[in-house]
Write a protein that binds this ligand. Structure first.
Ligand SMILES: [Zn+2]
Length: 458
């Protein structure tokens, strides 16, 4: 019996559902015992449902490799060379997979789109597909499929939108999920109290991005970065300082405490909230000021603690940052702030807002003294902290994937009544739009800072 010949399928057209069709075909193929790979030419590091679905099937059966970084810079007057480079890398990965003998079906997601924007040579793609191993099936998706590809294909389906409830598919996830979600009983209702505690609690951590279960010790050894997908977990102030400073450092203003000027009460009294946070974290407020050395270079560094009332800035945080800056001036050392904050602390009302002006004024003085200030923004840095010192650095650098902004995305969407672009308010998006100087992986952060200090101090 002659070996069955693999099909070449093209899903194209301006309507939605091209990738969904490819996924459906791939799921069927997997069900029939075939191994499938989807290489995504455009989709990048953000999270979406098909990744989870593929994981449930297992990497040996269906694998999805998102290799792009979004549509942001593609399709305008000029395509960013970085995206062209990525497109070539995707194509290389796809071609190698087709020829590897490892997969029965390879989906080249959005390859048509990259060809139509001249990021890939259509002849090269068509030639490679023409002479592929006989039994390998290939699916090419994306708008504006190239005529040569259409001619070569066994099946071409064109998606045409008649009606669609979303302005944008991926971003409308919240809306669509609401349709599918079933009302679930909470743990409280279904489980007797004595069984509610999970025994392994604390030992294992689930990655928020790829949902891999990681052994906590391994995660700590890896600087709280997911070893699988490089997702940067929040880092507490102390380990942060241990990571960035050499050996021992001197802590300043550790005893400073808030006085609860408004006698504020929300779901519980602010005084009680403070007391609990102090007891749990062994620190008096949401920031640590340290004087030490970074790869042999003397620095003053403030690191924020998100677990302390959301890393919010009240009188103590504002005062400690200000004193940190003043210490920098006094001792002629550069100043570094590592932010991780939900913004101003509402329980201290106007007192919190006054910190914005105070810190900004201190930074202006630092600038007059010609001493550098490097701001490191980590996930999340929002509200009053963004509006004051976090964006005022001589260098503003961020960790990958960090949420950075003033108001949250939901508030903005409700205000302007528009869907926001993909990856909006994440470090990479802000870098592309000129709000940041660099996005630096946590493993490279210390070396990067040392280098920057050398440049700024000379
Ligand atoms: Zn991960």
């Amino acid at each position: 019996m002659p070996e069955e010949k693999g099909l070449l399928i093209v899903y194209t057209g301006p309507g939605k559902g091209k990738t969904t069709c490819a996924l459906g075909t791939a799921f069927r193929a997997v069900g029939q015992g075939l191994r499938a790979l989807m290489v995504q030419f455009i989709k990048g590091s953000w999270h979406y449902g098909e990744l989870d679905a593929a994981k449930m099937l297992g990497d040996d059966k269906f694998e999805i490799r998102p290799m792009g970084r979004g549509f942001v810079k593609i399709g305008g007057a000029e395509t960013d060379p970085e995206d062209v480079k990525l497109a070539h890398e995707c194509w290389q990965t796809g071609r190698e997979a087709i020829y590897s003998g490892k997969y029965d079906l390879v989906v080249l997601d959005e390859i048509n789109y990259t060809i139509s924007y001249k990021m890939l040579d259509p002849d090269e793609v068509v030639e490679a597909l023409k002479s592929r191993p006989e039994r390998v099936h290939v699916i090419c998706t994306g708008r504006n499929a190239h005529p040569k590809l259409v001619e070569l294909a066994d099946l071409v389906s064109e998606m045409r939108e008649v009606k669609h409830p979303y302005t944008k598919g991926i971003l409308a996830l919240d809306i669509s999920m609401a349709w599918f979600k079933r009302e679930k009983k909470s743990i409280e209702q279904t489980t007797p109290p004595e069984e509610r505690r999970v025994r392994t609690e604390g030992l294992w951590v689930k990655c928020e991005s790829c949902r891999t279960i990681v052994f906590r010790k391994d995660l700590e050894a890896n600087l709280h970065v997911c070893p699988k997908c490089q997702f940067h977990f929040k880092m507490s102030a102390r380990p942060r300082l241990e990571m960035l400073l050499d050996g021992r450092w001197t802590e300043h203003d550790a005893g400073m405490t808030s006085t609860d000027p408004l006698k504020f009460v929300d779901t519980k009294p602010y005084a009680q909230r403070l007391k609990e946070a102090r007891k749990k974290l062994g620190m008096n407020d949401a920031i640590i000021t340290a004087e030490g050395q970074l790869n042999g270079r003397p620095v003053v560094m403030c690191a924020m603690e998100f677990s302390f009332i959301g890393g919010s800035m009240g009188a103590v945080v504002g005062e400690k940052v200000t004193r940190g800056i003043e210490l920098s001036i006094e001792t002629r050392q550069p100043f570094i702030a590592v932010s991780c904050s939900g913004g101003a602390r509402m329980m201290e009302g106007t007192v919190s807002l006054m910190q914005l002006a105070k810190v900004s004024a201190a930074l202006a003085k630092l600038d007059d003294e010609k001493l550098p200030y490097i701001s490191v923004l980590t996930d999340p840095t929002t509200g009053g902290v963004t509006a004051s010192f976090a964006m005022l650095g001589d260098l503003n650098i961020a960790e990958p994937g960090a949420l950075i902004g003033f108001a949250g995305p939901r508030v903005i969407e409700q205000t302007i009544r528009q869907k926001l672009p993909e990856g909006f308010q994440r470090s990479e998006f802000l870098l592309e739009h000129g709000f940041l100087d660099a996005v630096v992986h946590r493993k490279e952060l210390k070396a990067y800072l040392a280098n920057a200090l050398d440049l700024l101090m000379n």
